[in-house]
Design a protein around this ligand. Structure first.
Ligand code: SF4
Ligand code: SF4
Length: 312
């Protein structure tokens, strides 16, 4: 198993563990056990709330206490992508990994460049919508949202979204799975607005993929290996926002000199650095008090009991 798959598998297992722990937390408080602690990692699945809290933090210097782990992880993921070229998507995100696994089992339809541009529109429109909405919100409006009942139980709502799917949810997820079977990385390439944010951060990174034309034999292995369908064999430097810094093209390269990461960094060493930096930052957030929510289990339970009546 290559090191990237190993790291992705570990993060997927970690996400599943967090999901099960959170379900256990909800069950425990609903059956009267208030001593359990909510797993903070579940707040990683609330990126819009975290984006708002990030803006609030920049405006006021106040760190969100409702979903502090969500804000910490939002910042940590941006740092990972900014340093390691959108490697949050290439190594960490469980949704991206599942999407890759589905793609590997299905047929492959190669899209031409223009079809790719058109299909990419929804994710950019979604990103612009959220970015504009959050940019226009005042500090007061964000503070009101942070303290709203909806935001406080947004993690439980997210869990129920998947564990109690409506017909619409099931149809949409089914359609995305089918499209991912025929088009490589469909969700990440064409729909995910969070990936757009990671790719913007990734432009700060020095770890670009470079093709050295004088050493390229045009074998096409790199393009075939790319999970994002980038024609690496036709680029000089890969500047595409779709590049998730996964280094798979470099791992399968035809010779040592045709493709490099930045100034020739070894992909597997970078992979280890990504895990180390992420782990250190998460541990720092935990011990420095940027992790545990200030919402008490008794208050959480009160909201949970009326969750179906809580809307935006
Ligand atoms: S594009 Fe979205 S779903 Fe895909 S890996 Fe990145 S954040 Fe995850
Ligand atoms: S160009 Fe290389 S590093 Fe970028 S997504 Fe494709 S395989 Fe990964």
């Amino acid at each position: 198993m290559k090191i990237r798959t190993l790291i992705q598998t570990l993060f997927l297992l970690c996400s599943l563990y967090i999901g099960v722990s959170f379900a256990h937390y909800l069950h425990s408080i609903m059956t009267g056990d208030m001593n359990v602690v909510k797993p903070g990692g579940v707040e990683a699945f609330l990126p819009i709330s975290a984006f708002m809290s990030f803006k609030y933090f920049l405006m006021t210097g106040v760190f969100d206490r409702v979903h502090p782990a969500g804000l910490s992880l939002f910042i940590i993921f941006l740092i990972i992508s900014a340093v390691f070229k959108r490697s949050f998507c290439g190594y960490v995100c469980p949704v991206g990994f599942v999407s890759e696994l589905i793609s590997k089992t299905g047929a492959k339809v190669r899209l031409n460049r223009y079809a790719g541009y058109i299909l990419s529109l929804p994710k950019y429109l979604l990103f612009i919508f959220f970015f504009a909405m959050i940019t226009m919100m005042s500090a007061g409006a964000i503070a009101a949202f942070q303290r709203s009942q909806y935001n406080m139980v947004a993690d439980a709502k997210m869990l129920y979204f998947f564990t109690r799917p409506t017909m619409t949810t099931a149809v949409v997820i089914g359609a995305i799975v089918l499209l991912t079977l025929v088009i490589k990385g469909f969700w990440c390439r064409f729909l995910c607005p969070y990936g757009v944010l990671q790719s913007i951060a990734g432009y700060l990174s020095p770890f670009y993929i470079k093709r050295h034309k004088e050493h390229c034999t045009n074998c096409g292995k790199c393009a075939k290996a790319c999970p994002m369908g980038i024609e690496v064999n036709k680029k000089g430097m890969v500047l595409s926002p779709d590049c998730i810094g996964c280094h798979d093209c470099v791992r399968v390269r035809d010779n040592d000199r045709c493709l490099t990461v930045g100034r020739g960094y070894r992909p597997d060493r970078l992979a280890v650095w990504i895990v180390c930096v992420l782990s250190v930052l998460v541990i720092f957030a935990m011990v420095a008090g940027f992790w545990d929510s200030s919402i008490k289990s008794a208050d959480y339970l009160r909201l949970l009991n009326g969750i179906d009546g809580i809307g935006h």
